[in-house]
Each structure stands twice: as C-alpha cells, then as structure tokens.
Ligand binder design. Structure first.
Ligand code: BGC
Length: 735
C-alpha cells in the first residue's frame, strides 16, 4: 500500500514538474514574443521617423498592377502581390493585364475553394497553404491574395467555386489551417473579400443590408477566425457596399470590427479598383490602395490626394503613420528585411503535385450509387464510353483572377486512357459542346446554354450502346463558375440533361460525373442515372484523382460543403426573392437561415443535403456520450463516440456534430455545425473520436444587448454523417 502511495506521489510530482516546465517554457516563449514585438515596433517607429510624407504615401498605393514601391534609401523593399487562392497566378505585366510571358511561372494548380472545403480535412488546407507559400516565395512574392472565404449564399454566385461553404464553422476550420501554413513560409495571406461579398451582379455598387445578428453569426465568423486564430497578415476589402458605405471606406467594418474587436494589426487593402475616396477611406482604416483604374499612379486616392489631405489637415499625419506601420509590420513578419533567413521557395515539386492530387481525391463526393455500379472493375470490362466536354476540358486556366497557368493538367479522358487504355477499349464522344461566346455585358455564353445538339447526342448514344459501361463528364465550366458574373439559373447547360437521359436509356450502366464548383439542378437526372459523382474542378491532377475514384483505387470521402436544392426557388435568397436585389440594394431577409439552416428549419427536402457524401464502404457511429450532462457557461463540452468501418474497404468518414437549442427567446436554426472530424479506417477497424465544443459557441448574437448570449436550458447534440443523417443524439443542459 505504502509503495503504491509512494509511486503515486512520484508520478504526481513528475507530472507537476513537467507541467511546471511546460508552463515556464510557454511563459518564456510569450515573453520572448512580446520582446520581439516591441523591438519590431521600435524599428518600425525608427523607419517612419526617417520618412518624408511623400515616402510614407508611396507605401500606401500600388506602383503597378501587383507591386507597391519600396524606399531604397531606407532599405525598404518593393512589396510583391499575386493571386490567388488555389495557385500562384502567372506573372502579369506591370502596367497592363496581359501575361508577361515568363517561362518560370507554371504553378501547381489545386482544386478551388469549394473542392477544398468538400474534403472536410483541415490537414489538406494546411498542406495547400505550405505549397502555395513555397511557390509564392519561389516567385519572390510577399503576399498571396487568398483564401476567399465568403459565404455561399445563393447557388448562382459566380465565385462560389472560389469560396468554401455555406457554413461559417467549416470555413473557419479550413481557412485557419490554410492561413497558418501559408504564412509559416514567410508569405502573407490576404483574406478576401471583406465582407458580405456574396454575388457578382452589380458587385461594385450593390449595397448589402443584413441584420446584425445574421452578420455576426453567419458572415463574420470566418473572417474573425482568419484574423484572431489564423493571424492573417492582410485582408482585402470587398467591392460591395455594406449598409450604405463601400467596404473599403466603412468605419464600422474597418475600425470598429476589424481593428478594434478583432485586434487586426496588418494591412487592409482594397480589392482591385475598389477605392472610392481619400479622406473617408483614410480615416476609416484602409491602408493600401490597389488596382485603381487611373493610369497615373500619382493620381490615385492614396497618392497625391492623400498628401494634399494631410497638408490641408483633413487627415492627421498620425493616421498615415499607422498605415505605414501596418505595411512595415507585414514586411517584418514575412522576413522581408531578413532575406537570408527567409523561405527560399520551391516550384512544382512532386510533393506539391501529390498535395494537389490528394485534395482532388479527397474532395470528390459520391452522391448516388444505385446497385453499387461504382467502383468500376476495369479488369472485368472490355469497353467503356467516355462522353462529355468535361472529359477533355482543362479548367485551371479560367475563372478570371483565380486562373492558374498550371504546369500540366490531366483531364479525365487522358487519365483513363493512361491507366486503363492498354486493356480496355475507350470510346469517346463529345456529347455536348461548350457554346459560349463572350459578349460584353452578357453572361458569357450562358444565354444559349440550353441548346440541345442532337447530332452529338446521337453519336454519344451510339458509343454508349457499344460499350460495357458509360461515364458522362458533365457539369459546368468557368463560363458559369466565374468572377464577374453570376449564373442565370441552376440548370445543367448545353442540353446535358437530354444527353444524360438518352445515354442512360441506351446503356443503364451509366455514371455521371459532375464537374462544377456550385450547385446545379440534378432533379431530372437522379431518377434516371444510377450513379452520380461530384468531382469539382480538380486542379492539375483532376483526371488522375477522378479515375482513381471511379476504379476504386481511392474510396470517395468528400462531403458537400453546401446544400444542393431540388430547384432554385427552394433556396432561401430565391424563395424570398432577394437575389440579386433591387435598385442596387440587396436585403438578406433570410437572416441567419442560410443554406441548410434554412432547409432544416423550414423542413424543406433538398436534393442533397449539406455534409452529405457516400463511400464504397460503410460506417457506424456508436457510443455517443458527453463528459457531463449539465454545463456552465465557461465549460467545454467533451463529446466522445466510436466510429467503425463496417465494410470491406479502407475509407474515411466525416463525423459531424450539430447542435440545436431547444427553447430560445429568438428563432434559432434547427441545427448548426459545431464540430467535425475526418476519420480514416481500415475495414473492420474502430476508432474513438473526441469532439470538443465550447459552451460559449452555443450562443446567439443578442442584438438588443449587442453581445453573445447562451440562454440556460436544454440543447441537443446531434451526431451524424450529414446534416440530414443524424444517427445519435445526446441532450445536455446549460445552467
Ligand atoms: C478580384 C480579387 C483579385 C484581384 C486581383 C479582383 O478582380 O476580386 O479577388 O485578387 O482582382 O486580381
């Protein structure tokens, strides 16, 4: 007995001293950090003290499309920026938008934002951040303009593909991982577009009206996490107006929320050509003007007019000094004054390409698989029909500012030929044709997108009849998923529905692969086609990833990061008739009921729900429990569950924890995502998963009190593998 107590004492003593040393080390690290910070601030002050007003202002506006002048005599380097969220954009001429024609700027092209979010795997976001950081450094860039983290509010949003999700929690987890990793490579991110930038129609003049509660609960959390947890060094102000003022000169957004509440100490820059004033923008917290459409850079708002405003006493010099300090701070953080110790960068290494492949492979969402038609056993078939424009189309190089000059891009047809062509006869048919013709002021080619080309359909039907299995690669392209335009409807363009129906009639062994970055209407497909796989824009490794999923080498594990409605008018902004707004105003009347929050609360059955995705294996979620039944407001809820792979293939399940507030003084969404984890399991394997949720994260924003509030009472924790497939619940109380 005595021996036992002695041992226990030793263990306690040992762990106490370990804890002591950990705390001591953490304390020392903090102290070191604040010492470094104060040294850095001192250096910043010294530099600013030596600058003329002209020199200060030269740091606050671009001197070309993507650069900001340095100050040679003080050793301040030029600041180099580059798009974009899923790859480092090819070099653009200094003074016009043409590409510079470099031979060293072919980059790794990742699947865009919605695809990354569909992996539900923050480790992949982190990996992408590391690669982008290395490639940005290789290209001598200091700021990479991404990630794009606006909420997907409507299925029609042109930039949905670049953004991540309709859910702020999923966005936050992915964005924080991406930002931390990218900035660890001595490159600043620019989180965009701050804020409520949810449509392209009238994007630079539309005025967004949204309740404070919806703003705080839906539109802000991603940005808050990016700044406060991710430590983003720069933020890009959006084109649109917010409650009457442009985002780039919005005192409430920029001073009150970003600077004061979030404690942001980095650079707030405009989007390209999104500055509208000198004095108002300067006083409301903007630092850096980019992309203004005036040829003489000296005439930009933050150039000579800013010097004049200071001289006339309209903008205090202290305000200019703050802005210069913000710019210099980002330069210090990214080691621009310490090139010797700065990340040197690498380009397009096999590791980078593997990261792009992994994201594409984990992003694909299996929507339907009747009769287990997938995976296709290529050893057992003699012939396969590959149909559709997206079987051969390359997408990396389109979409406007996020377009990438990819070192290579493997199309699905190329990959299937390369992997299986030696022993399987591959019959290709175009099926439908991209009919787009760019017309100024029109939504590029979307107008004629319903044309059915019977000649192409007949050819497709013929190859389908002659083949054992058929795969149709359809969906959209970047004439639809693009910056600058919203989609006009949710339809599959170019007569694809008819193509899919006719081909399936000819050969029921048909699989449809949807290549798209935003929801499309599948209502007329789901009952006719046995299998549907959503493969997104898959980046440079798109073809390899999709071929490996179709053949079963990789088991699909992606989950939808947005709801796919049956029809557009199911979705909140459209049901309420407030997209894209009227008279340049858009009122977010659906309030907090965005995406699945609307569908679940209003009990509307979508085509495919948020968080949904099938696998070639099966999973069971069991033993769901919490550490306590009753919590206090500062507690953390520790939930536990056991996941089992019940099938015969290796695979991954995303366990999702949603929370409902049973009784509340305000209307709350039926459920909200509060935690998730992607779990990888061998056949038959079980794993215990722990999910933690802060009780404070169950709060709603109380508009009256202007603060977050958790009302005492009961909450239900709902565990599932989609927002609509809840397999276990636990009730808890908050006191
Ligand atoms: C886009 C930004 C982009 C910038 C620079 C703008 O049109 O909205 O996202 O970073 O151009 O290309």
């Amino acid at each position: 007995m005595n021996v036992l107590i002695l041992r226990l004492k030793i263990v306690v003593k040992k762990s106490c001293s370990a804890l002591f040393f950990i705390l001591l080390a953490a304390g020392m690290a903090n102290a070191q950090q604040s010492l470094n910070n104060s040294k850095q601030e001192e250096k910043i002050r010294l530099l600013i003290n030596q600058m003329t007003l002209q020199e200060k202002v030269s740091l606050l506006h671009a001197n070309s499309k993507f650069y900001v002048s340095g100050i040679k005599r003080l050793g301040i380097p030029e600041l180099a920026l580059s798009d974009g969220p899923h790859g480092v954009r090819a070099e653009i001429n200094r003074h016009d938008w043409a590409y510079a024609g470099w031979t060293t700027d072919s980059a790794t092209c990742f699947p865009p934002g919605t695809a990354l979010a569909a992996t539900w795997n923050p480790e992949l976001a982190s990996k992408q951040g590391l690669v982008l950081g290395e490639e940005a450094r290789f290209r001598q860039k200091d700021v990479l303009l991404g990630p794009g983290i606006n909420i997907i509010r409507s299925p029609l949003g042109g930039r949905n593909f670049e953004y991540m999700s309709e859910d702020p929690f999923l966005i936050s987890r992915m964005a924080v991982a991406y930002i931390k990793a990218l900035q660890s490579k001595d490159v600043a991110v620019s989180v965009k577009h701050w804020v409520a930038n949810n449509q392209e129609t009238h994007r630079d003049s539309v005025d967004v009206q949204v309740s404070e509660r919806a703003f705080r609960e839906i539109y802000l959390p991603g940005f808050k996490a990016a700044v406060t947890e991710g430590g983003a060094y720069t933020v890009m102000a959006a084109y649109n107006k917010f409650r009457g003022d442009w985002c780039s000169e919005n005192e409430y957004l920029n001073r009150q929320i970003l600077r004061k509440e979030f404690g942001f100490k980095g650079v707030l820059m405009t989007d390209w050509a999104a500055a509208h004033s000198t004095v108002k923008a300067a006083l409301s917290g903007l630092d850096l003007e980019m992309g203004t459409d005036i040829k003489d850079y000296n005439e930009w708002y933050f150039a000579n007019p800013l010097i004049k405003a200071v001289e006339e006493g309209k903008v205090p010099i202290s305000v200019v000094d703050e802005k210069v300090a913000d710019v210099l701070r980002v330069m210090f953080k990214t080691k621009m004054f310490d090139e010797e110790h700065r990340e040197k960068g690498k380009m397009n290494t096999p590791e980078h390409q593997k990261a792009a492949y992994n994201s594409a492979a984990e992003a694909a969402v299996l929507l339907q698989n009747k009769g287990d038609i997938l995976p296709i056993n290529f050893n057992k078939i003699q012939s396969i029909a590959i149909i559709g424009d997206n079987a051969t189309r390359k997408h990396c190089g389109a979409g406007l500012s996020s377009e990438i000059k990819a070192l290579y891009e493997i199309t699905p047809l190329q990959a299937i030929k390369q992997k299986f062509g030696a022993h399987v006869k591959i019959n290709f048919a175009q099926g439908y044709e991209k009919q787009s013709t760019f017309k100024e002021g029109s939504n590029r080619g979307q107008g004629n997108s319903e044309n059915v080309d019977w000649k192409l359909i007949k050819e497709a039907v013929k190859v389908a009849r002659e083949s054992d299995v058929v795969i149709i690669f359809g969906g959209l392209n970047h004439d639809f998923d693009t910056e600058s335009f919203d989609k006009q409807n949710m339809d599959l363009p170019y007569g694809q529905e008819v193509l899919m129906q006719e081909v399936t009639k000819a050969n029921p062994n048909t699989v449809v692969v949807i290549v798209a970055g935003s929801p499309v209407k599948l209502a007329d497909i789901v009952n006719r086609v046995p299998a549907i796989l959503w493969s997104w824009y898959g980046g440079m490794e798109a073809g390899n990833a999709v071929a490996d999923i179709l053949s079963g080498k990789v088991n699909p594990s992606g989950k939808l990061p947005f709801t796919i409605p049956v029809a557009l008018d199911q979705s909140p902004a459209h049901a309420l008739g407030n997209f894209p707004g009227k008279d340049l105003k858009v009122n977010y009347e659906e309030d907090v009921l965005v995406g699945y929050r609307w569908f679940d609360t209003k009990k509307i059955q979508p085509q495919f729900p948020f968080g949904y995705g099938l696998s070639y294996t099966g999973f069971a979620l069991n033993n769901f429990s919490t550490d306590k039944k009753i919590y206090e407001k500062n507690d953390i809820i520790h939930a536990k569950l056991v996941v089992k792979n019940t099938g015969s293939r290796y695979g991954a399940e995303v366990v999702q924890l949603y929370v409902s507030d049973l009784v509340c003084s305000v209307l709350r969404p039926e459920k909200e995502l509060k935690a998730f984890e992607k779990v990888f399991l061998q056949p038959g394997e079980t794993k215990t998963v722990e999910l933690a949720v802060k009780v404070s994260d169950l709060a709603f924003y109380d508009e009256g009190k202007k603060s977050w509030k958790v009302e005492a009472g009961e909450f239900v924790l709902q565990l599932g593998n989609s927002s609509r497939n809840i397999s276990k619940t636990v009730k808890i109380s908050v006191e």
